[in-house]
Design a protein around this ligand. Structure first.
Ligand code: ZN
Length: 407
């Protein structure tokens, strides 16, 4: 991440840019000494001091004497600038086909509180989902520190989402078509007196964002985050920027047709990639068509133990995974492909086969450059991505946003 404190044409714009850069740096990297900030932002000490004072006054950071230097007598130590999660936080929601997760995430990225609900796969109504999230939110609000402020709300969902208002245009595995998720959540949070902006985005895009900011794709300019659950999606970063498409609906890699003779997909097409590597494909191949999600882990374990049917299921997934990943490698030439969601569980079991088959499906030049890994953030990539999305308005204009929300 580049942190040089430049750009902006007027003095005020320069100040805004620098205060944003500084807060973003400590949000991502954690407590940072003024000396280090001076180096990474290429600004002088007094400017760093003034920016820190602005952020400190807004309640966004605090400064402390570094523990090791305290009382050492070796000159005045450089103060350490720390984000204040106890004062400033966001709500992050991850809406899956068979789970709901809500979390209160503090500035700096720490998960302060979380609630989860796991249930059977199904076509749940919008009101059912938002009612659970409302209950979780009320519980977590009740435990927040007095005087702390919610500066944003981010939502991850396996769906095509209209960015402007969080309208879910299409979520085949939830059975949703044109559901007003963003506005319904806004009404719900308004009941709690919250004024923070709500941003809704595709779960794979947010997984990619989180892994790029603080996970396995940290420092990468070209990365692909694959999430496999009931459906399969991709968050794609090209040249340091998320690949969105004209309407923000790009990356629906699960619905690229890989097997025209294959099964019908819930999108209406036949032989989509997710019909070969998604949860249903794994459970069907393993002989547990109606098992819950946890059955996938059991299949992976059974394959490790030599169970023939489980091994065959893993071989099936490994083969089709390699076909799709070959396409990804050939099209995008990514530095890293991250296997998230359910694929995180499956990846170790199929890694060898995947790499072997990829030697024929992926062209040598891009294949030699790609790392195949599981998420640095474990199972929380999409949730953390929702939090990062929610923090974006604050990080863009920290002082003014904080002032307006506290007013
Ligand atoms: Zn499809």
């Amino acid at each position: 991440m580049t942190a040089a404190g430049t750009a902006g044409s007027t003095q005020d714009e320069v100040r805004r840019h620098n205060v944003s850069t500084l807060l973003r740096y400590v949000h991502v990297h954690g407590p940072t000494s003024r000396a280090e900030l001076t180096t990474v932002m290429q600004l002088n000490r007094s400017t760093i001091g003034a920016l820190t004072a602005d952020l400190s006054q807004a309640g966004l950071v605090r400064e402390q004497v570094p523990a090791r230097s305290a009382g050492s007598g070796a000159g005045r130590p450089s103060l350490v600038v720390c984000p204040r999660p106890e004062r400033v936080y966001v709500f992050a929601y991850d809406i899956g086909v068979d789970y709901l997760i809500a979390a209160r995430v503090g500035l700096g990225g720490s998960i302060l509180d979380r609630r989860e609900l796991h249930r059977l796969r199904g076509d749940y109504a919008l009101e059912d989902v938002t009612a659970h999230l409302a209950r979780f939110t009320a519980e977590m609000l009740g435990r927040a520190e007095p005087g702390s402020v919610c500066v944003g709300v981010g939502v991850a969902i396996a769906a095509l989402v209209r960015e402007s208002d969080g309208q879910v245009r299409y979520a085949p595995n939830l059975g949703w078509v044109d559901e007003p998720l963003g506005t319904t959540l806004a009404e719900m949070l308004g009941l709690h007196g919250m004024r923070a902006k709500i941003a809704v985005a595709n779960d794979a895009d947010l997984g990619a964002l989180a892994e790029n900011v603080r996970g396995a794709a940290s420092g990468s300019t070209d990365a692909v985050y694959l999430t496999g659950e009931v459906g399969v999606g991709a968050g794609i970063i090209v040249g340091g920027k998320p690949l969105r498409g004209a309407g923000g609906y790009g990356g629906e890699i699960g619905h690229t047709v890989v097997n025209p003779a294959g099964r019908l997909c819930r999108c209406g097409a036949r032989g989509c990639w997710e019909t070969e590597i998604g949860e249903k494909a794994i459970l069907d191949a393993a002989g547990h068509p109606d098992g819950p999600r946890s059955t996938v882990s059991a299949v992976v374990a059974a394959a490790a133990g030599g169970d023939p049917r489980a091994l065959a299921a893993m071989r099936h997934v490994g083969e089709w995974l390699a076909i799709g990943v070959g396409n990804v490698v050939n099209i995008f030439n990514p530095e890293v492909v991250i296997f998230g969601g359910l694929l995180r569980d499956v990846f170790p079991a199929v890694e060898q086969q995947l790499r072997t088959t990829l030697a024929t499906t992926g062209l040598a030049a891009p294949r030699e450059q790609v790392r195949l890994v599981t998420p640095g953030l474990g199972p929380d990539s999409t949730l953390v991505g929702a939090a990062e999305l929610a923090f974006e308005p604050l990080l863009f204009d920290p002082v003014d946003l904080t002032r307006s929300l506290r007013a």
